[in-house]
Design a protein. Sequence first.
Length: 268
Amino acid sequence: WGTLGHDTVAYIAQNFVTSATKTFCQNILADTSTSYLANVATWADTYRYTSEGSFSAPYHFIDAEDDPPSSCNVDYNRDCGSGGCVVSAIQNYTSRVVDTSLSTTEVQKALKWIVHFIGDIHQPLHDEALDIGGNTIDVTFDGTSTNLHHIWDTNMPEKLVGGYTLTDAKTWAKTLTTSIKTGAYSSQKSSWLSGINIDDPITTAMGWATDSNAYVCSTVLPDGVSAVSGQELDGSYYTTAVPVIELQIAKAGYRLAAWLNLIATGST
Ligand code: DCM
Ligand code: DCM
Ligand code: DCM
Ligand code: ZN
Ligand code: ZN
């Protein structure tokens, strides 16, 4: 996701963490503001482009070598490369954020990565190898030349919300939080936490990756690459994508809160 997606995931999570988890996170981040998670949600995208942080670039995705649209699946041993992937990164930073032998800076980085990677794992094309997660599938959106990955990260969320400021994210998060609490998602939110296990981060994150990857077959590329390549996707494609984007951002925020609650207090 781009800035809007990551900031929104963080704000949704803020709405579902316990007060003990809030204190745990605010202490690590040395930020008692009302945007303590949103303020760090995109740090990982800046860091991965620095020479110091380039090792972390593969941690933003898992390259599922499946065969959409006929077959969608993720296999940890097949798909998590030797340099690591989003699933191994969630495991690593889940242990590092509570590692008392580490410096304040390293614990801070661990939390910032958790906030970011639980967002990214919910972007369907971050769980797909085909055409580098859609990065080499050229499309246009509202007349702008871009690629399929980028419209899922950025163009479609921003068209839906109308901007990408922290205020836009907070507003979108409020809408999705209401849907989770009392609206369209309230009856399914408990299923979003099924299988969550702080003692098995790999299995837990693989569940999230598998769930997200399924949308590559159903919604991202239902008729294959040729059906979208070179096409303008701001019409019916966008209309079909929007409910999946909303659902995945909502799930990411709700699951991030539950994961942080488990890290900080041992219960969701
Ligand atoms: N991006 C951003 N802020 C940065 C760096 C990159 O919003 N400081 C955006 C550009 C792409 C998206 O992040 O749309 C790519 O991030 P992906 O990391 O989802 O892992
Ligand atoms: N690092 C990491 N995960 C680990 C070990 C290290 O992400 N399990 C990264 C974060 C540190 C950097 O490597 O900033 C250097 O770590 P070290 O000082 O342990 O070599
Ligand atoms: N990306 C991905 N899968 C890959 C490579 C990249 O999901 N195999 C994502 C990370 C960024 C976007 O695509 O969100 C652009 O990546 P980059 O800046 O590395 O080209
Ligand atoms: Zn992306
Ligand atoms: Zn990312």
